[in-house]
Design a protein around this ligand. Structure first.
Ligand SMILES: NC(=O)c1ccc[n+]([C@@H]2O[C@H](COP(=O)([O-])OP(=O)(O)OC[C@H]3O[C@@H](n4cnc5c(N)ncnc54)[C@H](O)[C@@H]3O)[C@@H](O)[C@H]2O)c1
Length: 263
């Protein structure tokens, strides 16, 4: 689900393109599902379909890892899980802190998917003194006064920001000054960070807006296809359709009002 950009060149120093890095978690998710079903090998086509990626792209991506599979057999699932996990840095434990323990921060703290992927929630931090000491997902919330000490003592390099937008930059600055070099930002604001700090932004409303754009386009295409089919059906039908198109209500056959009318 994660969207956004890291402040990095398109190709990482080890020669793996950023677009390939962005697809590695998709392969890993599909491979983990196969591994859980004890599937020993998988073809590039099967894995590409499971990951929702084109198979030629998958083979190219895996060539960056030095993984070419065996003709007629495919890829060894367990080995590929290991290779991708190693490439993504998931063979080590990553302590993360979540700052801003409101609705979203608490939901993130309760999400079991972090720990199972090697991300341990080391601390939950909030500015509200009334929350200090209260357990969320079994972890007592700590006050922002302790932020620097928490980061240092736990060797935290990844911070998650779930504060209101107005507080996010200041929280980000404190995290970075304390040694955090990767930030996952849920607040709807653009963060400014120094070189060497990666920021990824998650914004579900942006995802919904992109879906709305596609929905609108699909509706337009369907309506246009309907008109083209009507025209192809002959002059009498076209006249009937023209009458309908000119109607004041612009209603569809079921009495609904299409969001996008054909041009
Ligand atoms: N990215 C997404 O898809 C998405 C979805 C939902 C919410 N959000 C955003 O996430 C943020 C949190 O939303 P919410 O519904 O949990 O809000 P919320 O009001 O329930 O929680 C915000 C928490 O942040 C704390 N806080 C405020 N200033 C702080 C600071 N300086 N340091 C530490 N903690 C501080 C507050 O005490 C509160 O507990 C908002 O910015 C919201 O817009 C993003």
């Amino acid at each position: 689900m994660a969207t956004g950009r890291t402040h990095r060149p398109a190709t990482r120093s080890r020669g793996i393109p950023e677009a390939t890095v962005a697809r590695l978690p998709l392969y890993l998710r599909a491979l983990t599902a196969l591994s859980e079903r004890s599937v020993p090998t998988v073809s590039s086509e099967e894995l590409a379909a499971a990951a929702g990626v084109n198979s030629a792209k998958l083979r190219k991506d895996f060539s960056y890892l030095g993984s070419y599979g065996t003709r007629g057999v495919g890829y060894d699932v367990e080995y590929l899980v290991y290779q991708i996990s190693r490439e993504l840095g998931l063979t080590q434990d990553w302590p993360v802190v979540i700052v801003g323990i409101g609705n979203l921060g608490a939901a993130l703290a309760n999400y079991g998917g972090f720990a199972s992927r090697g991300f341990r929630v080391a601390a939950l931090i909030d500015a509200d003194p009334a929350m200090a000491g209260k357990p969320v997902a079994g972890i007592p919330v700590q006050h922002t006064d302790e932020l620097e000490t928490i980061i240092r003592d736990n060797g935290v390099s990844i911070g998650v920001i779930a504060t209101p937008a107005g507080a996010a930059q200041q929280v980000c600055d404190r995290l970075v000054a304390a040694g955090v070099t990767s930030i996952l930002n849920f607040a709807p604001t653009v963060l400014t960070v120094p070189d060497g700090v990666d920021v990824r932004k998650v914004d579900l409303s942006i995802e919904l807006q992109i879906l709305a754009f596609h929905e609108q386009r699909k509706a337009g295409e369907e309506a246009a296809a309907g008109v083209a089919a009507d025209r192809a059906a002959g002059p009498a039908r076209s006249a009937a359709v023209a009458g309908r198109e000119d109607s004041a209500t612009d209603q569809g056959p079921d009495g609904d009002v299409p969001a996008v009318m054909p041009a």
